[in-house]
Each structure stands twice: as C-alpha cells, then as structure tokens.
Design a protein around this ligand. Sequence first.
Ligand code: HEC
Length: 134
Amino acid sequence: MRNLLIISVLSLFAFASTTFAYTTEQAEKGKEIFAKQCAECHGANGEGGIVPDEYTDYAGMKAPPVVGEGRLPSMKTAGNAYAFVKSHMPLQAPGSLSSDDALAVIAFDLMANGIEADGQPLTAESAKEINLQK
Ligand code: HEC
C-alpha cells in the first residue's frame, strides 16, 4: 500500500522529458552510493532533509529533495545536476566522487523519479539533453 502511494506520487512528478538514457547497472551503483554518501542529508528516499549536527559548520542547513515533489529545485537539466554533484557534493567532501560515480548517482535519481532505463549509458553529454523542468 505504501509502495503504491509512493509510486503514484512519483509518477505525478515524473520528469518532463522524452529522453530515457541510463543503464540499470548505473542506477544500481548510484543507489548504493546515494545510500552511503547522500541519504544522511537528503533523506533515505531522497525526500530532502536537514544536515545533521555531526557536520558542525553545515548543521541545520536544508538539503533539498532530489526525488519527488520539489526535487532538484535549481536544476534545468540532468547535466546541471551532474556537474553540480561532481564538483559540490557530498557537501563535506566536494569533488570526491569520480565522474562515473557522479553519473551513477544521477542515473539513480532519474530512476527514482520515474524515468525508465533504456540500456544506453548516461554520459556527461547525454545528461545535458535531459530536461528536468516541469
Ligand atoms: C552533509 C550533508 C550533505 C550530503 C552528505 C550531501 N548533500 Fe547534497 N546538498 C546538501 C545541502 C545543504 C544542499 C543545499 C546547498 C547547496 O545547494 O549547495 C545540497 C544540494 C544538493 C543538490 C542541489 C539540488 C538543487 O537543485 O538545488 C544536489 C543535486 C545534491 N545536493 C546531491 C547530493 C548527492 C548526489 C550527494 C551524495 C553524493 C549529496 N548531495 C550529499 C547537503 C548534503
């Protein structure tokens, strides 16, 4: 029941895009990275959250949602999200993700927002073609 609710909420906020471009392998890898390196601030399901106290100087900041309602508020394209994540996230260790890992996280985010995999790998170039605006 709860899953059904989540699925229907997600489909409401599906990306306004016709480009479907990442592999299931990328998304699965991104899912693991997200759980380990992003969920603490952005929420277990990417719903957004508050930076915990252990991140002293950043404690209390709002981490925007990356999945569902209000997701990725500042991003026009998946290319923007990739570039931003690669150079600014995780907040306490910017630039620590490899390009492949940053692309994998974006692939996971596309999957979590209802975009289907099509077997074509997401690349820094193809990400620019995926419009995230509603
Ligand atoms: C220590 C807490 C923390 C961690 C860990 C973290 N983030 Fe963030 N993130 C934030 C905060 C706070 C912001 C808002 C400030 C900003 O935009 O720089 C943000 C902003 C973002 C944004 C911009 C969303 C938008 O449209 O404005 C994205 C995308 C993002 N994070 C993705 C990630 C990913 C992917 C990871 C894991 C690799 C991650 N974050 C890890 C705290 C965190």
